[in-house]
Design a binder for this molecule. Structure first.
Ligand code: RIB
Ligand code: CA
Length: 314
């Protein structure tokens, strides 16, 4: 029997982060969530740390260790996205305040300690927000880089452009310096950019399939999706909004849903105009060393089939 893959989920919940956490918790045979670390992003750190615990308890996982991390990016001022996620970051469903504790240890120290304790190459980092916690961990303990099995991130965009500026995707824009440090660390990186997530629209038919599950978890998810997509529908004029973060977990469960190319990715950290842009050398014209598997295609129906099948388990 194959052992479940050890993962740390670093997150800024966020309704779509909640969907990613739920997908992971619904898949214990494949994924062992050794810890959840929170970061400021969609909303400030106190809210993301509250929200992560709300999702854990909703999914029947009050045993999960949740560690609060960075309350601001490494160099830049914090930019948040209440206009998308609401004031709490989990607007759309009315759930009780969490009762499970927040761990005392800082998320950065938890990431370092876990990677130093576990066998090299056995822990996967799943980042759903700004890369600040991982960037700080690499700064504080460069020895952890070769011990990371893989880092699967939701972030970036190339052919699809940006969503917080014309050039930049939100997670990278919030902390471009952390993203640059992660991409320079020699870690096996898988990047799920807007080029993939903009193909994954929460269409009414797809949300209806989740609603048909009929459980409290599904009801909360539908409330979150209906709140979260309203911004994107106005913005993109589409039937539903892109579902970003569950792509990271879906890749671990069914990598065959995705395809892309190993190429070089550099981050703009100088120009305000293009700050946080992921400069993807898709056509390999720069001669720069490839440092990320950049995904570009996804089986959208297969992705939502996986979500519905797993959400029904919770
Ligand atoms: O740009 C989308 C990303 O920014 C998602 O992770 C969303 O949750 C926000 O963090
Ligand atoms: Ca997120």
């Amino acid at each position: 029997m194959k052992q479940p893959r050890k993962i740390i989920i670093d997150t800024d919940p966020g309704q779509d982060d909640a969907a990613a956490l739920m997908l992971a918790f619904a898949s214990p045979a494949e994924l062992d969530v050794v810890g959840v670390t929170t970061v400021a992003g969609n909303v400030p750190l106190n809210w993301t740390s509250r929200n992560a615990r709300i999702v854990c308890e909703l999914c029947g996982r009050p045993d999960i260790s949740v560690y609060a991390g960075a309350d601001r990016p490494i160099q830049r001022q914090l930019v948040t996205a209440e206009h998308v996620h609401g004031k709490t970051g989990l607007d759309g469903a009315d759930l009780p305040e969490p009762t499970m504790p927040l761990q005392q240890q800082h998320a950065v120290d938890f990431i370092i300690e876990t990677l130093r304790r576990e066998e090299p190459g056995t822990v996967t980092l799943c980042t759903l927000g700004a890369l600040t916690n991982v960037g700080l961990a690499l700064q504080k303990a460069p020895d952890i880089a070769p011990r990371i099995r893989e880092l699967v991130m939701m972030g970036g965009g190339f052919f699809e452009g940006g969503n917080i500026t014309p050039a930049a995707e939100f997670n990278i824009y919030v902390d471009p310096h952390a993203a640059a440090a992660v991409l320079a660390a020699g870690i096996p990186v898988v990047m799920m950019p807007l080029d993939v997530t903009h193909q994954l629209l929460t269409r009414r038919t797809r949300v209806a399939r989740i609603a048909d599950i009929g459980t409290p978890v599904a009801k909360a998810m539908v409330g979150w999706l209906e709140f979260f997509e309203r911004f994107d529908e106005e913005k993109y004029g589409s039937d539903g909004g892109p579902l970003h973060d569950p792509t990271v977990i879906a890749y671990l469960l069914k990598p065959e849903l995705f395809s892309g190319r190993h190429c070089n990715v550099e981050i703009e950290v100088e120009s305000e105009l293009t700050m946080g842009m992921t400069v993807v050398d898709w056509w390999r014209v720069s001669g720069r060393t490839p440092n990320a598997q950049v995904m570009r295609n996804v089986d959208a129906d297969g992705f939502f089939d996986l979500l519905v099948e797993r959400f029904a388990r919770l």
